[in-house]
Design a protein around this ligand. Structure first.
Ligand code: MF3
Ligand code: CO
Length: 258
C-alpha cells in the first residue's frame, strides 16, 4: 500500500512527528551514567500519553515496550531493562507515537557522558548520512538515490550499512510501502512523488555489516560486536525541497521547552 498524503494528512503526521521529536529530547535530557534504560522508557511512555497519543511500538507485532533502546553493539530493537547506562556508552533511542489516526517515528543516538573520539565520529557520520539521504529525497528521484547517497557517505569512512533493516513509508500504519533501504543504486527503484511520507533511518556499523537477532527475539546486534548507531527522521516529499516533519532541534537545542 503506497498512499500519497493530502496536506491535511501531512499536518496530522507533523503533529505526531513533533511529539516524537519532543519525546526523544525528553529522553535525551535524562541520559546520564547510572540511569536505567527502563527509566527512559517509562518517562517517554508517560509523556506520550500525557500528550494525548499512544506509544505505537507497544504491542506492535508483540513488541513489549514503548521505546526501542539499543546500547553500543545493539543496532536496533533493544529492550529497555534494568541496565544502567555508563560513561562512554552510546545509546540509540527509537520512538513512535500514534494519534489522530496517524503515526510518528524517529530515532537518535545519544552519547552517555564523555565518549571516545571513535564513537563521536560514528555518531556524526551516521547523522550526516541521514541528511545526505534526505537531500536525495526529491520528487522525480528514485528510492535508490536515497540509499545510494547514504551508503556512499557511510562507506567513505570505512563504516558499513546494515542491509536487513530498512526505512519505510509511514502514515495510518507505521510501516507502509515503499521500503527505503540505506544502500542501493542511484536511479533505481520506485519514483518519489509529492505526497509520499517516508522514514529514512540509516543503521551504521563501525565494523562489518553483518547482524543477528538475540535470543529475546528482537534485539539486533552486530556480529563483530563493534558499535552501531541509528538516526531516523520522517520526511514529506514535495514538489520542491523535502519537508522534514520530525526534528532534532528539541534534542540539540537544550533551551527549547518540551
Ligand atoms: N521504529 C522502528 C522502525 O523505524 C520500528 C520499531 S519496531 C517495534 O521501523 F516493534 F518496536 F515497533
Ligand atoms: Co522507522
Amino acid at each position: 500500500m503506497l498512499k500519497l498524503k493530502t496536506e491535511e494528512e501531512v499536518a496530522l503526521m507533523k503533529e505526531n512527528a513533533i511529539l516524537v521529536s519532543k519525546t526523544l529530547a525528553l529522553v535525551g535530557r535524562m541520559v546520564a551514567p547510572g540511569v536505567t534504560t527502563r527509566e527512559l522508557n517509562d518517562a517517554a511512555e508517560e509523556y506520550i500519553r500525557a500528550n494525548g497519543a499512544e506509544p505505537s511500538f507497544l504491542g506492535y507485532n508483540g513488541y513489549p515496550y514503548a521505546l526501542c533502546i539499543s546500547v553500543n553493539n545493539i543496532v536496533v530493537h533493544g529492550f529497555p531493562s534494568g541496565y544502567r547506562l555508563k560513561e562512554g556508552d552510546i545509546v540509540s533511542v527509537d520512538c513512535g507515537t500514534k494519534m489522530k489516526g496517524f503515526n510518528g517515528d524517529s530515532a537518535y543516538t545519544f552519547p552517555v557522558g564523555n565518549i571516545s573520539e571513535e564513537n563521536k565520529l560514528l555518531l556524526e557520520v551516521t547523522k550526516q548520512s541521514l541528511y545526505k539521504g534526505i537531500e536525495a529525497a526529491r520528487s522525480g528521484n528514485r528510492i535508490g538515490d536515497i540509499g545510494h547517497a547514504v551508503q556512499q557517505y557511510v562507506e567513505g569512512y570505512g563504516y558499513s550499512v546494515v542491509r536487513e533493516l530498512v526505512g519505510h513509508g509511514i502514515g495510518r500504519c507505521m510501516h507502509e510501502s515503499p521500503e527505503v533501504p540505506n544502500y542501493g543504486v542511484a536511479g533505481r527503484g520506485k519514483k518519489l512523488l509529492p505526497g509520499m511520507v517516508i522514514c529514512i533511518e540509516p543503521m551504521v556499523n563501525a565494523g562489518k555489516k553483518e547482524v543477528y537477532i538475540l535470543d529475546d527475539g528482537w534485539s539486533v546486534t552486530t556480529r563483530d560486536m563493534r558499535n552501531s548507531a541509528h538516526f531516523e527522521l520522517t520526511v514529506h516529499i514535495t514538489e520542491g525541497a523535502p519537508e522534514v516533519l520530525s526534528t532534532f532541534e528539541f534534542i540539540e537545542n537544550k533551551n527549547v521547552e518540551l
